[in-house]
Design a protein around this ligand. Structure first.
Ligand code: PLP
Length: 368
């Protein structure tokens, strides 16, 4: 039995009639870019997250980029984030001309270590971007407390955490803005690209709306030179349909994580920790092993797909060599990068598939 890393086909088959209706509606209305489907999704998603506003854009990278741009962050400014994330978090900082500054992660939550944050703040720091990695919200109270003391806005990278909760509040409702990706494999994914910024700040939302549409609120009148980062009508409609299923799908991910946890509890693999204040939504289920590469090979031989999120930390990427960081500067990130292994995880994953992954892991002679 082969076990895929994700199975989007099965997910979409279940709701294909509803998705086809969206396609027909948009084809009939020709509202291909922004328009009523996107407006409806913005209302639906803001209500779901619990913020006053949602601005839909074309990717998660754009959401981060425009949140920074709308705060007038640019050349000469520093923005703090973590080195253990997808490169898009730092690319958005680079895109506005600012400098990424990294802070290591906590070894248990694998999100930004608030204990290291203050030392990274300088007179040039203009924003802090914690990442809700793998589907678990960063320690937002601790981060926000430090940010408030220094008067620095927090932008939450919630691209992997649709529906996750921190102390009962949804990911994307912290800080001045939350940024989401709707890349197809995300917990809430479009049938193509998509992204959004959620915020309670009306002025910021309005600036992001202008930024995403050429700095324009009226056709061919431009207040400033913006960009084209608009969401497509079809994606807005599809996301509204899929949002209705998000809680159920997240529950299914949580049940699968529980099954993995139980089945692996007597092995020497490190299993993910759900922090006591969090409701983890397991965008990724990531174990740790001292023999990760061999284990991964053996799983592949048994027809079991796995992933690495992420094999090279940002400070060691060629793209960020110019920042001047050296090996050894972020010991937690550097220690786990060779140990992490993402196992198959998606809504509707069958108990037999989980059983197959677990026995594949157990059969490996490299347990631990
Ligand atoms: C943590 C994180 N930030 C940002 C992004 C960027 O999102 P997108 O691929 O939609 O541009 C992603 C998506 O992969 C992500 O996982």
């Amino acid at each position: 039995m082969k076990v895929p890393f994700v199975d989007l086909k099965a997910l979409h088959d279940e709701i294909s009639d509803e998705l086809r209706e969206v396609f027909d509606r948009v084809l009939n209305s020709s509202a291909f870019v922004l328009g009523p489907e996107v407006q409806q999704f913005e209302r639906d998603f803001a209500a779901y997250i619990g913020t006053d506003h949602c601005v839909a854009v074309n990717t998660g990278t754009a959401a981060l980029h425009l949140a920074l741009a709308a705060l007038d962050i640019g050349p000469g400014d520093e923005v703090i984030t973590v080195p253990h994330t997808f490169i898009a978090t730092a690319e958005a900082i680079s895109a506005v001309g600012a400098r990424p500054v990294f802070v290591d992660i906590d070894p248990t939550s694998l999100t930004m270590d608030p204990g290291l944050l203050e030392a990274a703040i300088t007179s040039k720091t203009r924003a802090i971007i914690p990442v809700d990695l793998y589907g678990q919200v960063a320690d937002m109270d601790a981060i926000q407390e430090i940010a408030d003391r220094h008067g620095i806005p927090v932008i939450e990278d919630a691209c992997q955490a649709h529906g996750a909760e921190y102390k009962g509040r949804k990911a994307g409702s912290f800080g001045i803005a939350g940024c989401f990706s709707f890349y197809p494999g995300k917990n809430l994914g479009a049938c193509g690209e998509g992204g959004a910024v959620t915020t309670n700040d009306a002025e910021l939302a309005q600036r992001i709306r202008l930024w995403r549409d050429h700095g324009s609120s009226k056709r061919y009148e431009h207040i400033f030179p913006g960009l084209n980062m608009r969401m497509e009508g079809i994606q807005g409609g599809i996301l509204s349909v899929k949002l209705k299923y998000l809680d159920r799908w997240n529950d299914e991910r949580r049940s699968a994580a529980k099954e993995y946890n139980i089945a692996l509890s007597d092995t020497e693999f490190g299993i993910p920790t759900e922090m006591p204040y969090n409701r983890h939504v397991y965008h990724l289920y990531v174990i740790q092993s001292n023999n990760r590469d061999l284990l991964r090979e053996q799983l592949a031989e048994a027809g079991i797909e796995s992933g690495l999120h992420y094999p090279t930390p940002l400070h060691l990427q060629e793209a960020y060599r110019f920042l001047g960081y050296e090996k050894g500067e972020f010991p937690v990130t550097e220690r786990i990068k060779d140990r992490i292994l993402s196992l198959p995880m998606y809504p509707g994953i069958k108990p037999e598939a989980i059983g197959r992954v677990v026995s594949g892991l157990r059969e490996s002679c490299y347990v631990g």
